[in-house]
Design a protein around this ligand. Structure first.
Ligand code: NI
Length: 190
């Protein structure tokens, strides 16, 4: 089932997610729904706060980037209760977008190497290193479960330049081909 994606401006996107346990209700169905929602929106990652759940869960399928990085060919993963343990290297810039912030793309600077601990959908614990684009997608989704958006990483000037566009997104004034929930959309007659 496809779920509506929460748009910029909703407080859930600013809230730090809480850890879940194995008995979280309908977890496998939730994960399947998140992948379905992500694919329908042509995204490579989706975090639980983006569908309105303040929990530490995100899904990634980076295979659309396989042309840029062959290591991403089968990169489909579920990250539960993730914790980034280390970030290192020389920061690099890449043009990012976010399903909660349609039509906005910005160059974002991030560390190239990370070590992360997480539980997968079968509740197996992993501690792994990732690099390059894989690390970047994980960092972007990880920020979501920490209540952070990439727009917060922009310079004050850049933030000022996109402010009105962000407000328009909150009000639903954006052209998007997937289902979204806009925090400031005023519905008529209700
Ligand atoms: Ni995002």
């Amino acid at each position: 089932m496809k779920l509506p994606i929460i748009a910029y401006g909703d407080p859930i996107l600013k809230r730090k997610g809480i850890e879940i346990d194995k008995d979280y209700p309908d977890l496998q169905e939730l994960i399947a729904n998140m992948f379905e929602t992500m694919y329908a929106a042509h995204g490579v990652g989706l975090a639980a706060p983006q569908i309105g759940l303040g929990i530490r869960l995100f899904v990634i399928d980076a295979s659309p980037f396989a042309d840029d990085d062959p290591a991403l060919k089968d990169f489909k993963k579920v990250f539960i209760n993730a914790e980034i343990l280390e970030e290192e290297g020389e920061k690099w810039s890449f043009n990012e977008g976010c399903l909660s912030i349609p039509e906005i793309r910005e160059d974002i600077s991030r560390y190239p190497n990370i070590r992360i601990k997480y539980v997968d959908e079968n509740w197996v614990v992993h501690e792994e290193d990732f690099t390059g684009l894989a690390a970047r997608i994980i960092q972007h989704e990880y920020d979501h479960i920490e209540g952070k958006l990439f727009t917060e990483k922009l310079s004050p000037l850049r933030k000022a330049m996109i402010k009105s566009k962000l407000e328009a997104i909150s009000r639903g004034q954006v052209d998007v081909d997937y289902k979204m929930k806009f925090p400031l959309l005023k519905r008529k007659g209700r």
